[in-house]
Write a protein that binds this ligand. Sequence first.
Ligand SMILES: *Cc1c(COP(=O)(O)O)cnc(C)c1O
Length: 377
Amino acid sequence: MSIHRATFVQINLDLFKNNLKAINALTDPDVKLLAVVKADAYGHGALPCAQAALEAGADWLGVGIIEEGIELRNEGVTAPLLILTGVLPDEIDDLIQQRLSTVVFTPAIVETLAQRARLRDTSVGVHVKVDTGMGRLGVLPKDFLPLLKSIQKHKSLRLEGITTHFSSADEPDPEYTQFQIKRFKMLLSESNLSVNPRPLVHCANSSAIIRFKDSVFDMVRPGLILYGALPSPHLKPFLAPGFNLSPVMQWKTRIIQINRLPEGSSISYGRRYMTSQESLIATLPLGYADGLSRKLSNRMKVLVGGQLVPQVGTICMDMCLVDISSVPTARVGDEVILLGKQGDQEILSENMAEWAETIPYEIFCGISKRVPRVYCD
Ligand SMILES: *Cc1c(COP(=O)(O)O)cnc(C)c1O
């Protein structure tokens, strides 16, 4: 079956690579880059993005869960690969067999990993994750040194990294991130790292790369900015001069029907929109089953004929409606842009996120499997 679906996303891997190179250029040449390709590369396709990232100079790949790591290994990706949420005991054999690395944060998992690797006469790469204030995953600062020492005792564990994660690097107030950086630095100096090879110290996510230069140690971990979106509008003033990100994804569909409806017509389920005058209403073949959140109903805009037009009425599972009264030349089959450029107008994931009262991350991850990913470069 070839893909005929009118609704698809188009991924430009050249733009992805350009973003990665531009991010790499923000840091010293010896600073490594771990490209975060979790959640199917934020909906952009894990394998094509992982390959493109490595071609563009990424040193490591990061995924959310072990299944994502196994999938990339099965597709032939051999680069160092870090499981960012860690593993449970029953996942350890796969971890070792697939030569994946994991974050660790409890004595129990450290001991189990060490023992299982020893049984297989091999070693496994670990990154100690410290909770410097995210309150989510990681060893608490007071337990950090003992955990580190226990790892160094085991020949079957390779201490590859020391890491933490920021809770608020995208917020306007820098104070808490600065506190986390300070705490992290203090732990690093107490740990007196003289092991050879020295583990990679890393903590900067997209926001920290842009705003907190002193959060950049041996490696950075960009996710969202690789895909050409900013975590938050607050970061705009901190972008380095000449640093440009390009949105990698365009989301497109086509008009399947156009109706001329009289004033006072109700549109879609629940009659949550009424035409206030005679209107041209176009039906689009995508809905919440494609990841177009119902929350966007009566709030989002799309591009038709190079013009922004409002979406109207409740978004359905497979369809939604737009008012194209301002584009009377539009015809069935015409291209409609949900994310991306048309004429001199552009809709960014950041715009859609604002309409849905969420963040660009959730917009990207929400685009469902049913929407074909089409690659171009
Ligand atoms: C997702 C994630 C990142 C990347 O975050 P962005 O904000 O997308 O740059 C970095 N580190 C960890 C541990 C993550 O889970």
